[in-house]
Structure formats: C-alpha cells, structure tokens
Design a protein around this ligand. Structure first.
Ligand code: HAM
Length: 425
C-alpha cells in the first residue's frame, strides 16, 4: 500500500503528547513497582550483533526465520534491531562478568522490532516492559515473577478479573526428545493435511506445530498427545510446585498443554496473559523460565522473566474505559501588554516553573484579544495578565478561568501564591 512520504512507515507510529501521557503511566508504574521486588533498570542497545539473537531465540523460530530486521553495517558486520529484550539483557550481564549461581534482577522498557504484518495490536516497532531474574532456578522465583506481572497489570488498571493466565511446562532439555518423538509420530500420520510451515516444523522443531494459528491445523493440534503428561518426573514435580505456589497466592490460572511460546530458549514454566476484547492479538504479556548461552559465555545461564506489550496494555486499558490519563496540562497562561511586561513575565515564568507550575506565554507581542484566545485554547486553569499600569504598580492580575474570579497580586508574591492555589507548595 502506498503511503504519503510524511506518514510513518506501516507498523510504526508517531506519539504526540496526549498519547505519551498514557505511556508514561505504564513507564512510571514499572519504575515504581519492580524495585519493590529488588529489580534495577537495565537499558541495552537497540541493535546488537545478529548472533546475540540467532542462537538464544532459536534458528527455527518465526522471529529468526522471518521477522528480524537484519542489516550489514559499513564494516560488513551483521547487525539486528532487537526483536525482544531477553537475549540482549543476558549478553549485557555476561559482559559484566555475571555467571550462573549469582542472582541478578533487572527490568527494562523500550522499543522492539519485528517485521510482522501490521494489524491492531501488532506493530513493527512495538514496546515492551519486561523483567528478568537471572542465575538461579527455583519454582518460587517463577511464582514470584508471575505474581509481580499480575501486580504490574493491576497497577496500570488491568485487574485479574479481566485477564486469563495460561501456563504450561516445556520441561528440561532431556524431556524434549521423548516429547518430540511422540509429537512427530502423531503429526507424521497427517503430514499432508498440515500447513506448509507445519510440514517444515515436523522435521525442524515439532513443538512449534502446537503454536500454529492456521485454522486447518487446529483439529490435528487438538488431537495431539499432551506434552505436560509426557514430561519426565522432575519436570512434572517442578511444574506441580509452580502450580502449588500460585494456588497459595490465590492466583487463578489455566494449564494449557498447547502453550509452547514462540521462542526456543524456554525450559520448565511458560506462561501468557490473555485479555479478551482487543482483537486477535490478545496476548498482552508472555514469559517463562529459560536457559541461554549468550555469546562469550562458557556455560549457559538460567533465568525467568516476562515481557508485556505496551501497545496491547494501552488497548486493554481503553477497552476497560480506564480513566484517560491527563494530557500535558498547562497550569497558567501569562498575558503581557508591551515589551517591558513581557520581560517581567519571562522572569515570572522561570520562577513559576521552578515551583513545578507549567507555564505558556505569548512571546510574539500579540494584542490582548489574541493572547486571551490563546489562553482559552490551552485550557489553563489560570491566566495572569500584566499590563502597563499593573507593571507600574508592581502587581499582576491573576484570573481563575473556571470561576472568572480575579485578584491582584504583588509581583514578588505571585509565584508562591499561584503555586499554593495549584497545590504545588
Ligand atoms: P513475546 O511473547 O515474543 O516474548 O513478546 C511478549 C509480548 O510482547 C507479547 O505478549 C505481546 O504483548 C508483545 N508483542 C510481541 N510482538 C508484538 C508486536 N509485533 N506488536 C505489538 N506487541 C507485540 C518475549 O519477547 C520474551 N522476551 C518474553 C520473556 C522475557 N521471556 C522471558 N523473559
């Protein structure tokens, strides 16, 4: 489809102040909540060497096969815009000398890139908020991670009664061979009825067939043996402990033996949170326990974490009619008659801003009517008017735009007085 040259590319967006207010609500909740669980922020680069993603996400995944934005830089290196956060976090931790057995807790926020077909809730540049607890293996850490995700969703206005938590176990590496054999035996009987991708997956990564969304594959997927029941005893015990921990915390969940997730690094617990009512892209967050061998590491590192899609969180909030976040609010518009008044108002604006009051003012020397129109347009609760006679008397008029009440304030007292009226002092 042709787009105008001023339009953002398909699957990307410009976000103006009105929308940014809601984004900041999601960001602020993350900065507030995750440190309460001992997590510190980590900002990794937006592009990495391609190998950082290739092996950890999995050569056979849709992300690596079809969706990564990979390019060669001028030095002939293959680079990739990060399609997710976990692989870069692990690379960064290993680079800091981190190794298995220690524990490190980090959270991150920011843009990710996948070349998917754009749709409602599916973008090419999208944003994730996520956490990783790295270095230790214990079912309770998985439980705490899920509980923290649910607390985060509640903090942004998406309570548990509106979502469904689906969980499953992918077991440890040794379990995957017998499970894969059982699945291959089942699907081999119906090969010709499977979609092209699934026919390929039959030889490359048979688990991924369970994740196929193509309608014609669903009857065969539904008839497949339950992977959870085919896992070895220790994996099943681990999963039972995760379920018991969720029960103890009163967290409702649905065990879904078809849940495999689209990344290959998972081992043991996998989970997804679904919100109905935002269309087909209804998975608002996903995660699980994983094992990754980042480039430069000699032994694999274990971790557990999640990422929530921020666009989908905002769609869910809208669906719930969550109170629109306040857009950028201007507290006061300063009207100046004449150059000397404008200079005085520039000083006043600086003093007001230093008290946390947001200010707009006319800087073009327009007439009184034009300035009052501008004040009405920004919908500021107060307007302050400084004419020549006020300037001579050392006072400024302060008008409450809701009640039209007007008071005269001595100029030196005006910043503190207005800040108090706005509850900023
Ligand atoms: P993921 O399931 O690929 O997992 O992505 C997590 C979330 O990102 C999804 O549930 C969805 O809300 C959002 N998302 C993914 N793709 C798009 C898209 N094209 N447009 C809009 N939103 C999207 C991961 O990325 C793992 N790194 C999660 C994880 C962290 N596992 C362990 N630690």
């Amino acid at each position: 489809m042709e787009t105008r040259s001023s339009e953002p590319l398909p699957g990307t967006s410009d976000l103006f102040a009105d929308e940014c207010a809601a984004w900041r609500l999601l960001e602020n909740a993350a900065h507030h909540l995750f440190p309460l669980y001992g997590y510190g922020e980590l900002r990794t680069p937006i592009f990495e060497r391609t190998e950082v993603f290739l092996h950890s996400i999995g050569d056979e995944t849709d992300i690596v096969q079809k969706e990564m934005y990979t390019f060669e830089d001028r030095g002939g290196r293959s680079l990739t815009l990060r399609p997710e956060g976990t692989a870069g976090v692990m690379r960064a931790l290993v680079n800091q000398g981190f190794s298995q057995g220690e524990e490190k807790r980090v959270y991150y926020l920011g843009p990710m890139f996948r070349g998917e077909r754009p749709a409602a809730g599916r973008k090419r540049q999208f944003h994730q908020v996520g956490t990783e607890c790295v270095g230790k293996i214990a079912p309770e850490i998985d439980v705490e991670t899920i509980a923290m995700l649910i607390a985060y969703l509640s903090a942004v206005g998406i309570g548990p009664s509106h979502t469904q938590l689906r969980i499953n176990s992918r077991g440890v590496a040794e379990d995957r061979i017998p499970v894969a054999e059982a699945l291959r035996e089942h699907f081999t009987n119906v090969t010709s009825s499977l979609c092209e991708d699934c026919q390929r997956r039959l030889t490359t990564n048979v688990w991924r067939i369970l994740d196929c969304k193509i309608e014609s594959c669903q009857p065969f997927i539904n008839a497949a043996p339950s992977t959870t029941e085919l896992l070895g005893q220790s994996s099943r015990d681990y999963f039972a402990e995760v379920c018991a921990g969720l029960d103890a915390l009163g967290i409702a969940y649905h065990v879904d033996p078809r849940l495999v997730r689209g990344l290959d690094y998972y081992a043991h617990t996998v989970f997804e949170i679904v919100f109905d009512g935002i269309g087909a892209q209804n998975s608002i967050a996903g995660g699980g326990r994983y094992q990754i061998l980042p480039p430069g590491a000699t032994t694999p590192v274990d971790g557990v974490g999640f990422a929530a899609g921020m666009e989908r969180l905002l769609l869910s909030r809208d669906q719930l009619g969550a109170a629109a976040s306040p857009a950028e609010q201007v507290d006061v518009y300063l009207v100046s008659m004449g150059k000397a008044a404008m200079r005085q108002n520039l000083c006043l604006a600086a003093q007001l801003r230093s008290r946390g009051v947001s200010v707009l003012m006319d800087l073009e020397g327009r007439g009184m009517r034009a300035q009052m129109r501008a004040a009405n347009k920004v919908n500021a609760p107060y307007t302050m008017i400084l004419g020549e006679s006020e300037l001579q008397q050392g006072v400024i008029l302060c008008k409450n735009m809701t009640t039209s009440e007007q008071v005269e304030l001595p100029i030196p007292e005006a910043p503190a007085n207005l800040a108090a009226r706005l509850g900023r002092s």
